[in-house]
Design a protein around this ligand. Structure first.
Ligand SMILES: [Ca+2]
Ligand SMILES: [Ca+2]
Length: 565
């Protein structure tokens, strides 16, 4: 809810003409829309084609934002199917729209390559200006008293190297990294040919395994060390007691711990190891024995979760030392049980997993998040490789749920403020919304097309790309290193500490978040409380400008999929 005073102020601020458009680029056949603020563009907008021809816009529609009360105009530029740069001008404002055959290739590749740049426990030597020495070897990690077991009492030392740094910080969290991999595995399976040939210039680019899987393996190697070999339970995270300052990895000195085993970490681990066991099967040459080992680890972790179904991670109960880093807490493991049982059924065909999945299945399709992974479970059933009558019935149910979800998502596009499924409701905005809502919604739309053999939903998925890359109320392209107005100061420790002006490229920031949970600790103020404008490009803003592996995973799943089709 916004105040009357704000509406009046916002309405007056319209002297400047603003043009909002996708700053990265469009396909020749993609819908081309510019959103205008500050002037009615009817008859006054000029569009100059790459050949210098002046053409008229196809249509103009007025849209009043339910979030800010601002009046905007949604302009459909028309077909514009020739490749090249189109100049759009109105009053004193002008912008370029790039049309090309592979507009998303660079940004998609960069989003995936980001995972190389944030690898932990190795020196980065193929990162150009982002090269850095080894930090966080994690060969001397302490077992916290909350995680103690007979063979690993409190204070024992284990080795738990590699994996990706989670987000703006330097810790490694099982829940989030397993979720991130699960989400990217969905895209990998559905666009297999694309991913198997994609090169990302990483140390493993010369081997016989797709670079995508090599990158996944870098995190899987770490994940495997997070299972207690004695009982199969999985530590919730590997962490310092407190967040480090804004320093480089090599300068971090706090001790690192593994903490309490949790039901959610164990189940997410089980699901992603089951998926990995399947997906790495053909790549024994580079990773001998991995598939069998991952399958066995997955089943043990699942059994531990069945034996400890209420072992939720409770950070506030941890003492000596207390732990104050990201909690990734959860109150329901029903969705995690569903994902893990589904993935394990797919891997093993064991009826017990089918029965468990039936017990835990969701009633409707939801956008996947680290705390609610039910849809990752549903997608396990939607692949064509699972056979059998019982499976087909299950599959049909999940398919209906997905289509219902997609129909609801696209319902109001033709009256929306930015011509997109995402971004029209206040609840579209919150911590991590650009990933958890905008990108993940688009992935599900693309999935529905693939599943039903149509191209109906593709248009809407691309509209979310337009939103993400500049056609939104802030005018930002929300991926670092791309577009002409993108975040320069993400909440990301190495980007802030490395003395390189530009942040790591290919990072998706959290985005507009009216919750502003960080405002008390920031020197700067947010420009607005309006949900779709509550964003600030400030390194202190962890609530709107942080980066995270699950967010980049959704960007990879989305943009690589788009690039593939
Ligand atoms: Ca490779
Ligand atoms: Ca959950």
């Amino acid at each position: 809810m916004i105040s009357v005073a704000c509406v009046a102020l916002c309405a007056q601020a319209g002297d400047d003409v603003q043009l909002y458009r996708n700053q990265v680029g469009c396909y020749p056949q993609q819908e081309k829309v510019v959103v205008v603020e500050g002037m009615n563009p009817s008859k006054k907008m000029r569009i100059i084609t790459p050949d210098g021809e002046v053409v008229k816009a196809k249509s103009v529609r007025k849209a009043v934002s339910p979030l800010s009360g601002k009046t905007r105009y949604v302009v459909d530029l028309g077909d514009l199917s020739a490749t090249g740069d189109y100049r759009v001008s109105l009053g004193t404002a002008s912008c370029m729209l790039h049309v090309s055959k592979q507009p998303y290739h660079d940004i998609a590749t960069s989003a995936l390559r980001l995972f190389y740049l944030i690898r932990s426990g190795i020196p980065i030597e193929q990162g150009g200006v982002y090269n850095r020495p080894l930090g966080h070897a994690d060969t001397h990690v302490l077992v916290h008293n909350s995680a103690a077991s007979a063979l690993r009492p409190a204070g024992s030392v284990i080795s738990s190297p590699y994996g990706w740094y989670d987000a703006g910080d330097y810790n490694k969290y099982v829940v989030n990294s397993a979720f991130s991999q699960g989400l990217m595995f969905v895209a990998y399976e559905q666009q297999h040919d694309y991913f198997t040939t994609l090169k990302t210039n990483i140390p493993e680019s010369g081997n016989a395994t797709p670079d995508f899987l090599d990158e996944m393996m870098f995190n899987l190697k770490w994940l495997m060390t997070m299972q207690d070999p004695q009982d199969g339970g999985v530590y919730h995270k590997l962490t310092t007691p407190r967040f480090e300052g804004f320093v480089m990895p090599a300068d971090c000195k706090q001790p690192r711990y593994v903490v309490q085993k949790s039901v959610t970490a164990s189940l997410d681990f089980a699901a992603v190891m089951a998926d990995a066991a399947r997906l790495f099967e053909p790549y024994q040459q580079d990773y001998p024995g991995f598939a069998a080992q991952a399958a066995a680890m997955a089943e043990r972790a699942y059994q531990w979760a069945k034996d400890n179904p209420t072992a939720f991670y409770r950070q506030s109960q941890l003492k000596n030392p207390t732990i104050s880093t990201g909690e990734y807490g959860d109150r329901s493991a029903v969705d995690e049980f569903f994902w893990a049982a589904s993935a394990l059924y797919r891997l093993t065909g064991n009826k017990q997993y089918m029965e468990d999945a039936q017990q835990y299945k969701p009633k409707r399709f939801t956008t996947p998040t680290w705390g609610n992974v039910a849809s990752l479970g549903a997608l396990e059933w939607l692949t064509e490789t699972i056979q059998g009558d019982e499976v087909l019935a299950f599959r049909d149910e999940m398919r209906k749920q997905l289509i219902n979800y997609c129909e609801a998502a696209i319902k109001d596009v033709e009256i929306s403020g930015f011509q997109s499924p995402y971004g029209n409701k206040a609840y579209d905005f919150g911590w991590g919304c650009l990933a958890e809502k905008c990108c993940c919604e688009a992935v599900l739309l693309l999935y529905a097309d693939k599943l039903t053999g149509t191209t109906k939903y593709r248009r809407y998925a691309l509209q979310n790309a337009d939103y993400l890359l500049g056609r939104n109320a802030t005018g930002h392209c929300f991926v670092t290193g791309f577009g002409d107005k993108s975040p320069m100061h993400p909440h990301h420790r190495p980007s802030a500490a490395d003395k390189v002006e530009a942040p790591f490229p290919g990072m998706l920031v959290g985005g507009p978040n009216p919750g502003q949970q960080d405002k008390q600790t920031m020197k700067a103020s947010y420009p607005s409380y309006v949900p779709d404008e509550s964003y600030i490009d400030d390194a202190e803003s962890y609530a709107s400008n942080e980066i995270a592996i699950n967010w980049n995973a959704s960007l990879v799943a989305f943009l690589c999929w788009v690039d593939a089709i």
